[in-house]
Design a binder for this molecule. Structure first.
Ligand code: GDP
Length: 218
């Protein structure tokens, strides 16, 4: 596993600017996959976004890319149940929006099919550089999150917890959730030590996350 950079090193003005530039560049949907056979060949390094349904995943991808059109793609009925691939900077980095887990309105067989595809993707994608594990800052980690963490530990894929909807939480409650999350992460070998606190609504933490992800780009 690659050595993890210290948090403060990532956030120089130059790093923030690299992040801004990458995410301001071209970004396009290029593939949707519900089965393993439908997974596209990688165009370059990939970063995946995982989290429970309703955690704020579409909103975060939109906030990062500054494009409302991407959300429309993800929210097209049917497309929320597949892995959606977006090309950023013409091959520099692919963003992979994974199906949300947790409560689901679709049938069990269908849910199992895409869960299998997601698990296979997470376990066997050489180009996968990091998983952003989105967690609602009001609720903290849930059992479904810990299942993914175990899988990623086994596959040696680095994952970073991104707390969402920080604007909906008091500073005190946020600090408690951060501390509890950090304590859990210490027990997981592939967990990135930096927890990123974000609000897609208010833009909090978005430039910093862009900078961190841009460091993984080609
Ligand atoms: P997804 O199912 O994980 O893709 O979640 P969405 O992005 O669709 O968001 C679920 C709900 O949470 C929507 O009603 C969003 O408007 C809301 N939401 C997402 N991010 C934020 C945020 O940063 N702040 C607030 N206040 N609401 C948010």
């Amino acid at each position: 596993m690659a050595e993890l950079p210290a948090a403060e090193e990532e956030l120089t003005p130059a790093a923030l600017e690299r992040g801004r530039l990458l995410f301001a560049g071209p970004c396009e949907f290029f593939a949707g996959a519900m089965t393993l056979a439908q997974l596209p060949p990688a165009r370059g390094p990939e970063v995946a976004f995982a989290g429970r349904s309703n955690v704020g995943k579409s909103s975060l991808v939109n906030a990062l890319t500054g494009r409302k059109a991407l959300a429309r793609v993800s929210n097209t009925p049917g497309r929320t149940q597949q892995l959606n691939f977006f090309d950023l900077g013409q091959g520099r980095l692919s963003l992979v929006d994974l199906p949300g887990y947790g409560y689901s309105s679709v049938g069990k067989a269908k849910a199992e099919a895409w869960t299998e595809t997601t698990r296979a993707y997470l376990k066997g994608r050489p180009e996968l550089r990091r998983v952003c594990l989105l967690v609602d800052s009001r609720h903290g980690l849930k059992p479904g999150d810990e299942d993914i963490m175990k899988l990623l530990d086994q596959s040696a894929v680095v994952y970073q917890v991104v707390l969402t909807k920080a604007d909906k939480t008091s500073k005190a409650d946020l600090a408690k959730v951060e501390a509890a999350t950090a304590a859990v992460l210490k027990r997981h070998v592939a967990a990135h030590p930096v927890i990123r606190v974000t609000s897609s609504e208010e833009g909090v933490g978005i430039p910093e996350l862009r900078a961190e992800l841009a460091a993984l780009a080609a």
